[in-house]
Design a protein around this ligand. Structure first.
Ligand SMILES: Nc1ncnc2c1ncn2[C@@H]1O[C@H](COP(=O)(O)OP(=O)(O)OP(=O)(O)O)[C@@H](O)[C@H]1O
Ligand SMILES: [Mg+2]
Length: 208
């Protein structure tokens, strides 16, 4: 069997790429899948998250790093033993992102609740469509019932890209759990655990 590859990409820094990669990995693992994380971001945040998790005795997923150009080779290895390989990428969209997109079954594009994030999304969607890949936009730090929340949703709906039904709220538990090497699902039950479970189910429904 060969695992499926999910890449998280967005040019805008801080949109929630690493947060979504980590929580997706936890959610898929909890759903019984074998998951590998592949960090192509030199910042190494996902690696720090993984090492913090491991130091705490949690040894339930694979982890590796790769340069932009080594990603295909590394991914092929991980796909042999895992159901899903989740790739985290740096906050830039250029030729370096291409090798990751080429091997992706799904590209998740987090858009935080601001017009700046919406502007930044166009370059990644352009590259995804040139590589003929499937993308899914996920609204992160979403502020329901606000003007900016409404405007961001309308702007993404106006683009030719699927939008995840599940939105992720702006919740401090995302930052807290990330620093502890955990996912929100491993914290007390809350609106965050519910929305993350829904997002994981939605993504599994698209890609399985
Ligand atoms: N839904 C959320 N609610 C609250 N805080 C969040 C949420 N999503 C992400 N954050 C916080 O925002 C910050 C940036 O998130 P994250 O590191 O996941 O973004 P990124 O896109 O990976 O950034 P970079 O482009 O630098 O790699 C982190 O401190 C994270 O904990
Ligand atoms: Mg990151």
């Amino acid at each position: 069997m060969a695992g499926k590859v999910i890449t998280v990409a967005q040019q805008k820094g801080g949109a929630g790429k690493t947060t979504i990669a980590a929580n997706l990995a936890v959610g898929m693992t909890r759903a019984g899948h074998r998951v590998a994380l592949l960090d192509t971001d030199p910042q190494g945040s996902l690696g720090r998250w993984f090492m913090t998790r491991r130091a705490d005795g949690l040894d339930d997923m694979e982890f590796s790093t790769a340069s932009a150009w080594g990603v295909g080779y590394e991914c092929e290895k991980l796909k042999k033993s895992c159901d899903f390989v989740i790739l985290d990428t740096p906050p830039k969209v250029d030729a370096d992102l291409r090798p990751a997109l080429k091997i992706s079954d799904l590209v998740l594009v987090p858009v935080a609740s601001s017009q700046v994030d919406v502007w930044a999304v166009e370059s990644v969607l352009d590259l995804v469509s040139r590589e003929k890949r499937d993308a899914l936009v996920v609204l992160n730090r979403f502020k329901a019932g606000t003007r900016v929340g409404h405007d961001v949703t309308a702007a993404v709906r106006g683009m030719d890209v699927p939008l995840a039904e599940t939105t992720l709220g702006n919740r401090v538990v995302y930052a807290e759990t990330l620093g502890l090497g955990r996912g929100v699902q491993e914290h007390a039950k809350s609106a965050a655990t519910d929305e993350m479970e829904r997002l994981v189910a939605e993504i599994l429904g698209r890609i399985s």
